[in-house]
Design a protein around this ligand. Structure first.
Ligand code: MV4
Length: 448
């Protein structure tokens, strides 16, 4: 097993990884930017090194500064968390060639699945269900029109290098398609330096259901149930839960086995997530694989009683997973809300600043994953998420009641947060009935 791990991240996920390492007897090294000098997670790390100024490009994304620290601190492995360098194949390669384990999949698996067009191709070969669409990149608008006429409108143009909703255009007719096709290419060229796009049939108002997988280098693959992440705003998830309100044991097994088939075909090792769209009739369609540990991983930990960070570290160290598929049973219900330093009444404008008072919720079935404390100033430079509040209960109605209760206990003073919006969601009739889709927040709740 590793004796020391460098954490190339910040905030709550840095703290989550430190906690797992401490329980495993592994020493931790944090790298941080000047803006994070007073980051509370640094106090519980064994070592911490400032590697540069506030802009991510000069700190959390600067591979040479991170690798220099890894060498000096003499670590065995690097955990990238999520965001920043987590899905950067080049970084995984640099780690490999420096003899430092990257806690994540191989550079080849990141590359193969990171490109949505090659992931789609692999899904076809692995008999994973997809929406009708192109097998290859679409070279010009004439070809785009032919494909759309073939599969029928509406269609969606997606950047091959994109993900998480960037570089996408929906078209309901030929004129919109020609425009959308060019816009998607231009946007992709700017954002990803890769203007490749592909086309799919557009599914209206789907649910977003993703399968958590974890595997080791001994060929063991386990799926840890699903998460329903349908409640989003502008591709930012707000609430995640497990199980999905519309899941059945049969569908879970089918989706889980499908996710594993795809990950096996990519020689995928460690934690990953296969994202699917689910329609009202229980049909599911593969979207993409996220080759990292995700923000919402704790909801799966709660319902399957696993420690995914521990399992991820064990797999990266070449050990066997600490559980098998037979050990993993979905029990109870978990909900996570993302508490962001944003003002929901002002278009979700970021609200950084100093925490002047803080009451952390507790009691039965409550988990608080956060790095904040009184006197800490949220810097304006990074993601606005300040806490993940999770609840666990026997069933969904009890979990919702528990979340209402936990949100009521929570007090974060000095900044605006998304807590009032979460209270509204937990009292919303559609949410309570499990009747929401990916358009619900923007089209219904915020329009009410
Ligand atoms: C889609 C879709 C409908 N049809 N693809 C957005 C994120 C990316 N991973 C996939 N996305 C979508 N792809 C087809 N063919 C609708 C979305 C989508 C969406 C998906 C999940 C969660 C929220 C969403 C919000 C808008 C659109």
């Amino acid at each position: 097993m590793f004796s020391k791990i460098l954490i190339a991240n910040r905030g709550e996920i840095a703290l989550r990884i430190i906690r797992a390492c401490r329980e495993m007897g592994i020493k931790t090294v944090c790298v941080y930017s000047e803006a994070d000098r007073h980051g509370p997670w640094l106090e519980v790390s064994d070592e911490a090194y400032c590697i540069g100024p506030a802009p991510s490009a000069k700190s959390y994304l600067d591979i040479s500064r991170i690798m220099a620290t890894a060498e000096i601190a003499d670590v065995d492995a690097i955990h990238p968390g999520y965001g920043f360098l987590a899905e950067n194949a080049h970084f995984a390669e640099v780690c490999q060639s420096s003899g430092i384990a990257f806690i994540g999949p191989s550079p080849e698996a990141i590359r193969l699945l990171g490109n949505k067009a090659s992931a789609r191709d692999l899904a076809i070969k692995s008999k994973v269900p997809l929406l009708p669409g192109t097998k290859d990149l679409v070279e010009d608008d004439k070809e785009a029109i032919e494909i759309a006429n073939d599969i029928g409108y509406p269609v969606i143009v997606k950047a091959a290098a994109g993900g998480g909703g960037r570089g996408m255009r929906v078209a309901h007719n030929e004129i919109a398609l020609v425009n959308g096709y060019m816009q998607a290419r231009t946007e992709a060229a700017t954002a990803f330096k890769d203007d490749g796009v592909y086309i799919e049939k557009y599914l209206e108002r789907p649910r977003h259901v993703e399968i958590q997988i974890i595997s080791d280098s001994h060929g063991n693959y386990v799926y840890c149930g699903e998460r329903d992440c349908s409640l989003q705003r502008r591709h930012q998830k707000l609430v995640e839960e497990a199980p999905s309100p519309i899941m059945t044991p049969e569908l879970r097994q089918k989706m889980g086995e499908t996710a594993i088939r795809l990950c096996k075909a990519a020689n995928y090792v460690t934690a990953g997530t296969a994202e699917f769209l689910l329609d009202k009739n229980g049909n599911f369609y593969f979207m993409e694989v996220n080759t990292r540990i995700q923000v919402e991983h704790p909801v799966s930990e709660l319902v399957t009683r696993t420690d995914l960070i521990r399992a991820q570290i064990m797999a990266a160290a070449g050990e066997k997973l600490p559980f098998t598929q037979d050990d993993v049973e979905v029990r109870g219900h978990a909900i996570e809300v993302r508490i962001n330093a944003e003002d929901p009444d002002a278009g979700f404008r970021p609200s950084p600043g100093k925490i002047t008072d803080l009451v952390i919720p507790g009691g039965p079935g409550v988990r608080w994953d956060s790095h904040i404390k009184v006197g800490y100033s949220i810097p304006p430079n990074y993601d606005s998420m300040v806490a993940k509040l999770l609840v666990f209960a026997d069933d969904r109605p009890k979990a919702i009641a528990r979340m209402r209760r936990a949100l009521g206990e929570t007090k974060i003073e000095g900044i605006k947060t998304t807590i009032p919006l979460h209270q509204r969601i937990m009292n919303d009739a559609n949410f309570i009935n499990g009747d929401v889709d990916t358009g619900y927040i923007e089209n219904v709740l915020l329009a009410k």
